[in-house]
Design a protein around this ligand. Sequence first.
Ligand code: ZN
Ligand code: ZN
Length: 416
Amino acid sequence: MHLFCTLTALLCLLPLLVLCAEDYYKLLGISKDAGDRQIKKAYRTLSKKYHPDKNPDDETAHQKFVEIAEAYDVLSDPEVRKIYDQYGHEGVKQHQQGGQRGGHHGHDPFDLFSRFFGGGGHFGRGQRKGQNMELRINVSLKDFYMGATHEFKVEKQQICEACEGSGSEDGQRDTCGKCHGQGMVIQKHMLAPGIFQQMQMQCDMCGGRGSTVKHKCKVCGGQRVKRAEESFELHVEKGMPKGARVTYENEGDESPDWEAGDLVVHIFEKDPELGKEDKDRTDGTFFRRKDQNLFWREVLSLREAWMGGWTRNLTHLDGHIVQLSRPRGSVVQPGTVEIVADEGMPVWRHDTDSGAPEYGALHVEYVVVLPDAMEKKMEGEFWEVWEKWRRKNGVDLLADSGRPIPGPPGKGHDEL
Ligand SMILES: [Zn+2]
Ligand SMILES: [Zn+2]
């Protein structure tokens, strides 16, 4: 009786479990309209991440590895994918039980893995990894300040999709008749009459692969790979340092014979260029960056530097205004550097959720420009003023220079 109850309970639970199975698209992290390449790519990345060899004793990862293979199996077959889109997991199950394409489904996840990566479905055993591809991309200072996303294209070697890297139109590869699958042949060279040298050479019939193809794939001509452009998205994060590296795992040149290397993008800053629109011509465009700080040179006239009473509105990289000003009577010495806190670069953090961003400082250096020509009358009036105050204060240039004074100390007024 007890057993019966348990059984009934289990049977009731079963449909629930089916409903709970995770969405295949979600599982692979792709959208519903993802193309064949995206599906393959997602599988390639995730299957490696969750492979039991990489996660020993982790049952969850193992489960995930199996589910990912299942999701790939369904979504990579256009017919089954259609059924899945319409009827979900249950529909696929019925279709598979119907056995319309007997034996096609229910793959061992390790078989699938080895189809992609070779090596009998496992890591290690000296699986070769291809070379990394390095790329340099220059972005504007504004992108470093605000963050940005750019699309870029890379031409690379890709595994032929039509034949899944077999080079064969029907997927059939035959053991090479010349080397009998060894990939190597022994060749005899006659060095002198009757004297032979034996050399092991790569089999020229199969190119060392050990197998040949009768019907070559029409897309790649039996090469198993083709060259094609692929688009990537580059996310420039706020405050990323110059020369930051962004790695796209296994996005280097592909080959059925090795695991693809990584695509590594180095992000550098490009020189400011005069944009066509006003918004690209802000002061901020010409800020100079050093780590977290920004640098700017502001020019003051003699009158401003000396008399004060001025205001400057600097337009920052994102368009906000940084106001610099001095009240009347406030002197700015040439070469003075004013440090404006929190107006530098955002401090780069990987976890963007951890509170408000911090910023470096903006360093403003003041340059004072003297007029090199004056109206005659103006010149005369100024001269009068200088003379008047010089006589009144009895300024002693030498005493005010700060050097050792040979005579009695001066009164300490500025030379005007
Ligand atoms: Zn051969
Ligand atoms: Zn092909």
